[in-house]
Design a protein. Structure first.
Length: 357
């Protein structure tokens, strides 16, 4: 939805003059203020308000700036379905720099387009077409398959981010969820854990499903038994997860020594419930998150997790898109699926165990 500059300035807590300097790439404000306001404008979904930068003597607003930015815009389409996952996901500000810098160094500007599933298909496509971008990166964990054909029908280059559809010829950049679960499980086993549970969110997105499947696969590969009582969805986000964990552990003393979770919000809620019910984390039970969101540092103990390389995650999708726009290296049916691997981040929510099983 369009917003007036006056309203946006108030929302960002800056003057109209400051906002105007940022949107029009004019000098007169500090680099830190320009970067802060730029990131806020983009994260709120108002990137379309930036004036196309044609002048070569204006102050750059990104760390990497192309000599020319006259190749047009690249759209970052944020697709929201239920909002349960997206509204609790502070992901965009964390990856937007990588996307923006990759676009700029190749002569493009990044703008953000927000789409909701409850819009009719004509409105959705209208938002996209009216932006007149050379191509699009679609943030797609909540993108339903019944809308994919409509995107394909636009005949405009696009790349999916954080989702893919095996039956569709679409380029995609996803997380290597299999590798993430493997390194978590291997770490826990090396620390002596043998009874390991899995706490799901109950949110139906592909990444979470892949993590569960990988947990089952590697538990069997390592010769470990999956206990059905502790392979369960407890809810999402953290408040629902805490409530679900309360019910799971009520009256039980035979908990696993460790839990792997769908993501950091589930881990956060689980830890709160465990502590409230008299369990010491990690002495009694270790808990591991997934993705390394800021919530990991908002609780004691800080949450051990795996980190998404956010700069590369978004930048990789833009690289593939620009390759499609400029070089057109693939034929009509050949597509690329790139998986970005994760790094293990050890904090305080995991401890060694010395029990014999």
């Amino acid at each position: 939805m369009a917003i007036k500059s006056k309203e946006l300035a108030k929302k960002l807590g800056v003057s109209e003059a400051t906002l105007s300097l940022v949107l029009n790439h004019k000098a007169g404000i500090s680099k830190s203020t320009r970067e802060r306001v730029t990131n806020q404008v983009i994260s709120f979904g108002y990137g379309y308000m930036f004036k196309n930068q044609q002048e070569k003597d204006v102050e750059p607003i990104a760390a990497i700036e192309a000599e020319n930015t006259d190749k047009g815009n690249i759209g970052f389409v944020v697709y929201k379905d239920t909002g349960l996952f997206m509204d609790n996901n502070p992901f965009f500000p964390l990856i937007i720099d990588g996307m923006d810098m990759t676009a700029r160094k190749n002569g493009f500007r990044l703008i953000v387009i927000n789409i909701r599933r409850d819009m009719d298909i004509k409105t959705k496509l209208g938002y996209i077409k009216e932006s007149r971008c050379a191509g699009y990166v679609v943030y797609a964990p909540e993108l339903p398959e019944d809308d994919v054909d409509a995107l394909i029908g636009l005949n405009i280059p696009f790349v999916l981010l954080d989702n893919y559809f095996p039956g569709k010829a679409i380029d995609a950049v996803t997380l290597n969820n299999d590798q993430g679960i493997y390194i978590i499980l291997k770490m826990l086993i090396e620390k002596g854990h043998r009874r390991i549970g899995y706490l799901g969110s109950g949110v139906n997105i592909q990444s979470f499903g892949e993590r569960k499947d990988s947990f089952e696969k590697y538990m069997k590969q390592f010769g470990l038994h999956i206990e059905p009582h502790y392979y369960i969805d407890i809810g999402y986000p953290e408040t629902e997860a805490e409530r679900g964990m309360d019910g799971l552990i009520s009256g039980r003393k035979d908990l696993p020594t460790a839990f792997i979770t769908d993501n950091d919000f589930v881990a956060y809620g689980a830890i709160r419930a465990l502590k409230k019910n008299g369990f010491d984390v990690p002495k009694d039970v270790s808990v591991v998150g997934f993705s390394d969101r800021p919530v990991c540092m908002y609780i004691e103990p800080n949450i051990t997790t795996v980190r998404i390389p956010r700069f590369r995650f978004g930048g990789e999708a833009v690289d593939i898109l620009i390759n499609k726009i400029i070089y057109k290296p693939y034929d009509e049916v050949s597509v690329v699926k790139t998986e970005v691997s994760l790094d293990l981040i050890m904090r305080d929510s995991v401890a060694d165990v010395n029990e014999d099983f």
